[in-house]
Design a protein around this ligand. Structure first.
Ligand SMILES: [Zn+2]
Length: 298
């Protein structure tokens, strides 16, 4: 971890790695993170269901009992690896949905219905299996209904996601937050007004996460709950917009969360981009690497 340089702004840098679940090979996780001395927050799926995902072998995508679930606890090698990682403070654990199953009705937490039960059962499974406290939630596919928000608020869980409106119920609170965010984005825009409006429209209309607009580098409230906006590292989108957000978090002495998946590292190009970003942050800026839970501390 970098030593703080005196008289330069310092910011908190967290990494969120999503999709670890029953099917994850601990050796793959270790190949990704074993070579860095970094805290990493794993967003873990408690009981994955049969669904198409890079984190699930193809044999488990379709043609199975749709009600079949694969509890994390049943992969003993993974559980042991995660417990050791938590013990060593290399990993912290966030909750990533309950089963991560997409249906024709949409991603898991974009629906309504039994979300509170899913939240409580999934959290309990992670906490008892891994012997950790879990109070940060990452919605699968970045989609959250108002029923999902209410369930999170009732369970006093903090939400880490992307502030786009795709898959999100446009409640007055969400629209107000989008407006406050738009003002921040406008103040910190890098292009002209027309480009800004075009980007904002893309964000509003199609929830395009590759849009290069700034995000607030601090937690904010939506209704009664706390949220933080993460920035995705997307191989095809390049690094410019991520670096811009890093510079902003550094200049404002704020916080930054990089969202990625361990399975992204199957691409060598992705690893190169990740390492270039780390090098950039460490040599040009002053990051303090933290777990995602720290993003919500004042
Ligand atoms: Zn996911």
């Amino acid at each position: 971890m970098g030593e703080a340089r005196p008289n330069t702004p310092m910011f908190e840098f967290a990494i969120r790695d999503a999709d670890t679940n029953y099917h994850t090979d601990p050796e793959e996780l270790d190949r990704v993170w074993g070579r860095y001395d970094l805290p990493v927050s794993l967003a873990v799926v408690p009981k994955h269901g049969p669904t198409r995902s890079p984190a699930v072998p193809e044999d488990y995508w379709y043609d199975r009992d749709p009600d079949e679930r694969f509890p994390l606890a049943d992969n003993e090698a993974l559980v042991e690896y995660l417990r050791d990682g938590v013990e060593a403070d290399r990993y912290s654990v966030l909750q990533h949905g309950y089963d991560h199953v997409r249906t024709p009705a949409g991603p898991e937490f974009a629906r309504h219905g039994d979300l509170q039960e899913r939240l409580v059962d999934g959290r309990e499974h992670l906490e008892s299996t891994l012997d950790v406290d879990v109070d940060v939630f990452v919605p699968p596919d970045g989609a959250l209904s108002s029923a999902g928000s209410r369930a999170l608020e009732r369970e006093r869980m903090r939400t880490l996601h992307y502030l786009t409106l795709r898959g999100r119920t446009r409640s007055p609170a969400v629209v107000r937050t989008f407006a406050a965010d738009a003002l921040f984005k406008y103040r910190h825009r890098t292009g002209g007004r027309l480009t800004f409006l075009q980007d904002l429209y893309r964000l509003w209309a199609i929830g395009d996460r590759s849009v290069g607009l700034a995000s607030r580098p601090e937690p904010y409230r939506v209704d009664g709950g706390w949220e933080f906006t993460a920035v995705s590292l997307v191989e095809s989108a390049g690094l410019a917009r991520v670096k811009r957000q890093l510079r902003l978090a550094d200049a404002l002495e704020g916080k930054f969360c990089l969202a990625l998946h361990y399975h992204d590292f199957r691409s060598e190009r992705f690893r190169e981009q990740f390492e270039e970003l780390l090098r950039y942050a460490r040599t040009e800026l002053d990051p303090k690497f933290v777990h995602c839970e720290a993003l919500f501390r004042g």
